[in-house]
Design a protein around this ligand. Structure first.
Ligand code: HPA
Length: 271
């Protein structure tokens, strides 16, 4: 596995000019506007990189984009890998480990999520303060690679308080309504039943989604400084639940993307 990561890293290093400091993962329906912010972009398709998994979801392009934002070297994953697509957790972990090998120290993650906190509305944004992992697997299961981190990585602060403080300050200045709360990660791909949304609220989740947590676990194992923002794409009121279509999730994410971009670019400026 280490050899695969090294080979993928070396392949990329030959094609980029600067060592990226900031990694960005773009979630469902998110990405187009953020990518526009990346100057002097170098694009590498996942399918060109040795051992890189290829994304299967139509709404996700499989590209790494390298370039600059506010003078800082960044790399963005346009098109993320979900466990429900059938990838192993090791495949999902690989790009994050490659990011780290390339030099990334900060990981900024976005996702589309269902809103189970009924005080909030779809279209709004939530900063992850914590998470609940309900996925049936963990990318750190199996042999531990001491090279990357310890056997039992601490999770007392998966999302950096320091970065979150900066993001909340930027949100206030930009007049963006940014909630703070707990993300529950489920396997999917089926959406939740009314009873499941009720259960998620009861156990302390504010939003629910099918991504982010595996990447954060791998990143924290390597001691990357992380933050994540959810775009609330659908309201999950168990007593008044409407049919949800993927297109609606994608469209809602797209309309909220400009605020997400302001938050991420504002944060990168301050790193
Ligand atoms: N449930 C799980 N994942 C999601 C949802 C949802 O309601 N909306 C967007 N991603």
């Amino acid at each position: 596995m280490l050899n695969q990561i090294k080979e993928a890293t070396e392949f990329i290093q030959k094609r980029i000019a600067a060592k990226p400091e900031v990694g960005i993962i773009l979630g469902t329906g998110l990405g187009d506007r953020m990518v526009e912010e990346i100057e002097e972009p170098v694009v590498i398709n996942y399918n060109a990189i040795p051992y890189f998994p290829i994304t299967t979801v139509a709404t996700h392009k499989g590209q790494l984009i390298f370039g600059k934002v506010h003078g800082k070297s960044v790399m963005a994953m346009r098109g993320r890998l979900h466990y429900y697509e059938g990838y192993t957790m090791h495949q999902i972990a690989l790009p994050i480990r490659v990011m780290h090998m390339l030099g990334v120290q900060y990981l900024l993650v976005s996702n589309a999520a269902g809103n189970v906190n009924l005080n909030w509305r779809k279209g709004e944004l939530m900063l992850l303060e914590d998470h609940i992992n309900l996925q049936p697997n963990n990318p750190l299961r199996g042999e531990n690679f001491e090279f990357f981190g310890e056997r039992f990585p601490d999770m007392s602060e998966p999302y950096s308080k320091e970065l979150n403080k900066k993001l909340l300050r930027i949100a206030k200045k930009e007049k963006i309504n940014l909630h703070t709360g707990v993300y529950a990660a489920v396997q999917g791909p089926s959406l939740e039943t009314r009873a499941e949304y009720r259960y998620l609220r009861t156990i302390g989740a504010d939003v629910v989604g099918m991504s982010t947590v595996p990447e954060i676990l791998v990143a924290r194992h390597m001691d990357l400084t992380c933050c994540a923002i959810s775009v609330l794409t659908n309201d999950c009121d168990p007593d008044n639940l409407h049919r949800v279509e993927l297109q609606q999730i994608v469209d809602t994410a797209a309309t909220s993307e400009k605020n997400l971009v302001k938050l991420f670019t504002g944060l990168i400026e301050q790193l």
